[in-house]
Design a protein around this ligand. Structure first.
Ligand SMILES: *Cc1c(COP(=O)(O)O)cnc(C)c1O
Length: 374
């Protein structure tokens, strides 16, 4: 059996180790320390000087704190893109609020502006204005920022931008991770850069950032005797992992280029297979191509390709199963146009790591070409 090809595996640069050694040498083995501050300024310098950054234990924790900062509580409703990973939606439930799922548009696979407005109007007519909108840049492709934020502004609803998959992507030359009232990054093991596990919350308001740090460190009031006036969390990133993040930030631009190269390679390789299509970047969109995805003609063919590749020890994954189809969420309010259901049936994510070798990429494309010839 040939060696396993993973969907998206960690890709260390070698620069991480010196930061980790420094953490050990100075004994900063704690959820605070110079690398935590350093990683935060690295992210801020990369994104935008006006961004306020706190690094956390996960992207999920960042979404949870983001909802708290936006004052989402028990009985509230929060609109959430249905086509996403469950971590976008779960924190709504942590807060005792109800997710309201909204379907995607074909051009970006992300939250559809028309369905969003229908949903907002309908929820208001039913007596509850949504407290927030969670929009996701899926697989690195930016959502339609202008349209979504114009609607959010018109109804005065804050946007929580889930940029977990989109560090390095831009929309009209502005970096993803800077659009939301609150924005979120993830450094999980499979993301474009990783700290093994981790995330960040990015806020426009510096007070929000400070409150996020306060809540992430058990909500200790300024008193020597540990006074707590609110419920806290243990969500801060450790100094060791922040060191990994600093090493990864040094190569982020290379990682984006490598992933985009994978996408271009797949697209070129399959140009004569008319059954396979891709989602191209609309004008003004720049995707980090976190995962390269193909659309097949049917669920049968998608499964055919997936199992053929599995036999070759190649990992692939159907596109995210929409949240409105998930057993835990399927009975909740939803505004559906069929796009995310169809993408789920027909779409497949191909190996997309920035560390894939030419030989590995060729194994993937030959297996798919063989499937279509057979
Ligand atoms: C990975 C991911 C998250 C969660 O990030 P973690 O760091 O794994 O908690 C949230 N949303 C999306 C869209 C993701 O892909």
């Amino acid at each position: 059996m040939e060696s396993k090809i993973w969907l998206s595996s960690p890709h260390m640069s070698g620069k991480e180790q010196s930061y980790i050694n420094d953490a050990f040498k100075t004994n900063w083995i704690a959820p605070l320390g110079p690398h935590v501050n350093g990683f935060e300024s690295d992210i801020k310098n990369y994104l935008n000087e006006d961004s306020h950054v706190a690094v956390l234990s996960s992207g999920t924790a960042a979404i949870h704190l983001g909802l708290i900062l936006l004052d989402v509580g028990h009985g509230d409703e929060v609109i959430c893109q249905s086509k996403t990973f469950s971590a976008s939606a779960n924190p709504i439930a942590y807060q005792g609020a109800t997710p309201i799922f909204v379907d995607s548009e074909k051009d970006t696979w992300n939250i559809c502006p028309e369905q969003l407005e229908i949903a907002i109007k309908d929820r208001i007519s039913k007596g509850k204005k949504p407290k927030a909108i969670i929009a996701v840049h899926l697989y690195g492709m930016p959502y339609n920022v202008n349209a979504i934020h114009a609607i959010a502004k018109a109804y005065n609803i804050p946007v929580l931008e889930d940029s977990a998959e989109a560090l390095g992507s831009t929309y009209k030359d502005v970096k993803c991770g800077t659009f939301g009232d609150i924005s979120v990054l993830s450094f999980n093991g499979n993301k474009i850069i990783t700290t093994s596990g981790g995330g960040a919350i990015i806020t426009k308001d510096p007070k929000h950032r400070d409150k996020a740090v306060f809540l992430a460190t058990q909500a200790r009031e300024k008193a020597v005797e540990y006074v707590h006036a609110s419920i806290g969390y243990n969500y801060r990133m450790s100094n060791v992992l922040a060191g990994i993040g600093r090493g990864q930030m040094e190569v982020l631009d290379d990682r984006v280029l490598a992933r985009r190269k994978n996408y271009a390679f797949y697209k070129e390789s399959f140009k004569n297979i008319e059954e396979l299509t891709f989602v191209d970047e609309p004008e003004g969109y720049y995707s980090n191509r976190w995962l390269s995805c193909i659309l097949t003609p049917s669920e049968d063919i998608r499964e055919g390709i997936r199992t053929a590749l599995e036999k070759e020890n190649i990992e692939t994954r159907p596109l995210w199963k929409p949240m409105h189809q998930q057993p835990i969420f399927k009975d909740l309010p939803q505004y559906i146009n069929g796009v995310s259901d169809e993408l789920f049936e027909k779409g497949l994510c191909l190996p997309s790591g920035s560390n894939l070798t030419e030989n590995e990429l060729n194994r993937v494309t030959s297996a798919i070409k063989t499937y279509f010839r057979a």
